[in-house]
Every structure is written in structure tokens, then in C-alpha cells.
Design a protein around this ligand. Structure first.
Ligand SMILES: Cc1cc2nc3c(=O)[nH]c(=O)nc-3n(C[C@H](O)[C@H](O)[C@H](O)COP(=O)(O)OP(=O)(O)OC[C@H]3O[C@@H](n4cnc5c(N)ncnc54)[C@H](O)[C@@H]3O)c2cc1C
Length: 417
């Protein structure tokens, strides 16, 4: 995805010192930077990003769904921050004229064996405070998605779509308008805590920050360990590739069509999703890959591979999920298989209807014990707070995550309210 070149800001503007440094200019880092400038108007805030563009990684490669908060375990941070964050995001998009659409989403059961899980999703969604959730039967489907087929479904009218890179750029403007700075092309290579400040170094330069918030996405574990945190959990990169419908077949999908997920692997399952630019995506696949920026399968980085292979959690996870892994490999290797999976919901779909679409790399935190960490996760080291797991729906929840992070920072660093 190309980002507005005007958003690549001047790399010479990194200050020598600041009160708060935010590392990473994805949607989470920029939301955190924005929140800090609002809470601490007299403090200096600088956001440091190693790429030349904003939202260059996950935030610029997502499917663009504003999740309503249906799937997540009631009481979890994901449940709470997603529901709050989605509401705030809609208000933010309205206030800033960012194109978005409350297009609604259908979760479809195609067989009786999926109905119990659909009921559990309905229960969770209601417990989480998702608005407007409604069970629908097959006859009602035609008025919502005329080309879809199912025996029953769950309709969420509050789910929507937006371009998260555009949202991130808007947060960046807020940071700058409030007096904060954003510096691109600044890759943090070292972190050193002193008595009065944290020294953040990149090739040939150093910044002294009173405190830092690390929002490094796929590199979150490396930044945390550089600052003295433990190695658990490690980030393992999963590549998610999509197909897209040819323009003349886009009418097959009006909004968002999702399967009933396996509760232990909720991010898997082929869905069909319309984007705000009108494209309809089919996917994603989920493959462990050889680089944290493996937008092309051919990109392999030795350090990334070694870290994945050396992590005991990788092998424990593979022992548990190898059958699922083989299935995912098949979906990634065969366009026909991916289309067949989507045709369960849209029977008219044929392999000739699709062409290759975008690919993103999901930063998934994996515990030493092989557990895929589901909830958002934060940790603290001296003068620093780390966002260690911010998978989907972190883009949806970005404004609420930013408030949560600022609250945590206030407590951890004894900052003024
Ligand atoms: C395929 C895919 C589809 C998704 N779909 C959705 C969706 O529909 N809805 C939703 O809500 N979420 C979705 N997500 C999840 C969402 O995109 C992420 O949760 C969110 O973008 C995370 O934002 P982030 O800022 O934490 O990470 P990123 O956007 O990855 O940003 C991290 C930033 O840190 C920078 N960085 C790393 N190391 C350093 C360093 N040493 N020095 C300086 N900077 C550094 C990186 O360059 C990067 O810009 C999807 C994710 C993927 C991969």
C-alpha cells in the first residue's frame, strides 16, 4: 500500500531530548503520541519511526475492518478496548472527515455443527456490549447479502470499514498540531536507562527521553529486551495473503462475510471483506514466514528465522497445531482451495473471479509454553512501557489502547494526572 509521500516527515527534526518518546509510527504509536500530547500539553512528545513512511507495516496492510467486539472473551482487554475504541473511532472519523462506512458484518453458519459456536459468539458479543447484534435465519440473508448462503447467521450492523493508514496519518497531524514531533528514518538500535533519562540511540545519534512508550509491532520483543525486559513472549511473524475479486465480480459481496471461527484460533478462517476503496478481499492465509516484513514470500532474514526457530514456544505451538498448519499451507499454495473455502458462503464464486491481492504480516506474540497470546499485552521496564502484543483489533481499538497506555504510564512512572 502506498502512503502519501507528504506523510514522510523530516528526519532532521529529531530533538536531542524530550519528555516522552514514542517508538513506532504505526496506528498504535501515533494514537499514543496523540494521547500524550493531549494529557501533558506542556511536555515534549516525539514519535520515532525507522521507516520513511508512517503506518508502513501492519497498520498499512490490514483489511480495514472496524471490529465491533464480538469474538473476544468478556472482561478481556481486547473486549473492552475494542468496543470502546470502535465507538471512539467512528466519532473520530466523523469529526475528521475520514471516509468510513458502517457496512455491517455477517458471521455465517453453513451447517448445524456450527450453531452452538454461533450462539456462543452471540453471548460474548452481547456480554461485551456490542450494539445491534441480531440472529438471522436463511430467508433474511437475501436482503443483506443476496449472493450468500447459510443456514443461520449473526448480523452485526455496527461493524464497519475504514483505511487505517489514513486514520494513522490523521493522528500524526494531531500530534504535530499539538506541538509534538514525528521523525521518520530513525531506527532505535539501543536503549539505556539512566538515573534521569532513557537514552535511545540510532546510528550516529542519541535522544534522551524522560520516558518512552515502545509500540514496535513485529519488533516489539526486540525493543523490550533491549530495554531490559524478559524474552517471553517472542513475536513470530505470520503472513496473511489475500486474493481480491475482479471488479466485475465485486457485486457478489456487499459488506463483510465471515465464518464461525474456531475459538482457539479466532484469527483463522477465510472471509470476504469489502474495503473502503471498493475492493473485495478474500482470505487471509496464515503462514509462519522467514522475516518480520515478509510481504513477499521470498523475503527471508537470517536473524528473524533464527529467532523463530530458537524459541521453544515455536516448537510447542507446531506440535499442537501442525494439522492446522498443513491446512493453511494448502490454502496459501492453492488459489483454488482458498476460493473453495470462500465459496462455502458465496457459492457462485469461481477461481476465475479472483486475482492476487495484498499481503500483510501479523505480529503474533508467542509464549515460551507455545501459547498464542490472545489478549493485548503490556509490560514495564525502567522508564519505559512496552506494547508487547497488539494484534487485531488493535487498529480498531487504537484510541482506547492509547488511553489505557497513558493510564498505565501514569501509574508506572508516577506522572501527574
Ligand atoms: C493482514 C492483517 C489484517 C488486519 N486486519 C485488521 C482489521 O481489519 N482491523 C483491525 O482492527 N486490525 C487489523 N489488523 C491488526 C492491525 O493492523 C494491528 O493490530 C495494528 O496495525 C498494530 O499497530 P501497531 O502500531 O502496533 O503496529 P505497526 O503498524 O506494525 O507499527 C509498528 C511500527 O514500529 C516501527 N518500529 C519497529 N521497530 C522500530 C525501531 N527499532 N525503531 C523505530 N521504529 C520501529 C515499525 O517500523 C512500525 O512502523 C490486521 C493485521 C494484519 C497483519
Amino acid at each position: 500500500m502506498s502512503i502519501d509521500p507528504a506523510a514522510a516527515l523530516d528526519p532532521t527534526r529529531a530533538p536531542a531530548r524530550c519528555d516522552f518518546a514514542v517508538v513506532g509510527a504505526g496506528i498504535v504509536g501515533l494514537a499514543v503520541g496523540r494521547e500524550l500530547t493531549r494529557r501533558h500539553p506542556h511536555a515534549s512528545v516525539c514519535v520515532l519511526e525507522r521507516e520513511q513512511e508512517l503506518a508502513a507495516h501492519q497498520s498499512g496492510h490490514s483489511s480495514g475492518v472496524i471490529h465491533a467486539g464480538i469474538y473476544y472473551t468478556p472482561g478481556s482487554l481486547k473486549a473492552r478496548l475494542c468496543v470502546q475504541g470502535a465507538r471512539e473511532l467512528y466519532e473520530y472519523c466523523e469529526a475528521h472527515d475520514i471516509p468510513h462506512e458502517r457496512c455491517g458484518k455477517l458471521i455465517l453458519a453453513t451447517g448445524p455443527h456450527e450453531l452452538a459456536r454461533l450462539s456462543e459468539l452471540e453471548r460474548r458479543g452481547n456480554a461485551n456490549g456490542v450494539r445491534g447484534l441480531r440472529r438471522i435465519v436463511a430467508d433474511e440473508l437475501a436482503s443483506i447479502e443476496p449472493h450468500a448462503r447459510a443456514i443461520e447467521g449473526l448480523h452485526s450492523p455496527d461493524t464497519g470499514i475504514v483505511d487505517f493508514a489514513a486514520v494513522a496519518r490523521s493522528y500524526a497531524r494531531d500530534v504535530e498540531e499539538a506541538g509534538g514531533t514525528i521523525t521518520t528514518g530513525w531506527e532505535i538500535a539501543g536503549v539505556e536507562a539512566g538515573a534521569r533519562a532513557l537514552r535511545l540511540s540510532c546510528a550516529g545519534a542519541t535522544i534522551e527521553a524522560g520516558h518512552a512508550i515502545f509500540c514496535g509491532g513485529a519488533w516489539a520483543d526486540r525493543l523490550a529486551t533491549a530495554a531490559g525486559a524478559g524474552t517471553d513472549p517472542r513475536i513470530v511473524p505470520f503472513r496473511g495473503a489475500y486474493l481480491r475479486l475482479r471488479p466485475e465480480r465485486r457485486h457478489l459481496v456487499r459488506s463483510l462475510i465471515y465464518p464461525v471461527p474456531d475459538p482457539s484460533l479466532p484469527f483463522l478462517g477465510t472471509h470476504l471483506s469489502r474495503r473502503i476503496d471498493g475492493e473485495v478481499m478474500v482470505g487471509p492465509t496464515a503462514l509462519i514466514v522467514g522475516a518480520r516484513d515478509a510481504y513477499s514470500l521470498a523475503r527471508v532474514r537470517r536473524a528473524d528465522v533464527l529467532e523463530t526457530l530458537a524459541w521453544p514456544g515455536t516448537w510447542r505451538m507446531l506440535r499442537r497445531w501442525w494439522r492446522t498448519g498443513v491446512k493453511e499451507l494448502h490454502l496459501a499454495a492453492s488459489r483454488r482451495a482458498l476460493v473453495r473455502a470462500a465459496a462455502r458462503y458465496i457459492p457462485e464464486l469461481r477461481p476465475a473471479d479472483v486475482e492476487p491481492g495484498l499481503a500483510g504480516v501479523r505480529a503474533q506474540a508467542l509464549g515460551r509454553d507455545g501459547r498464542l497470546i490472545d489478549d493485548f499485552l503490556f509490560s514495564v521496564t525502567e522508564r519505559a512501557l512496552h506494547v508487547r502484543n497488539a494484534p487485531s483489533p488493535a487498529a480498531t481499538a487504537s484510541l482506547a489502547i492509547a488511553r489505557h497506555v497513558a493510564d498505565q504510564a501514569r501509574e508506572a512512572f508516577d506522572l501527574p494526572a
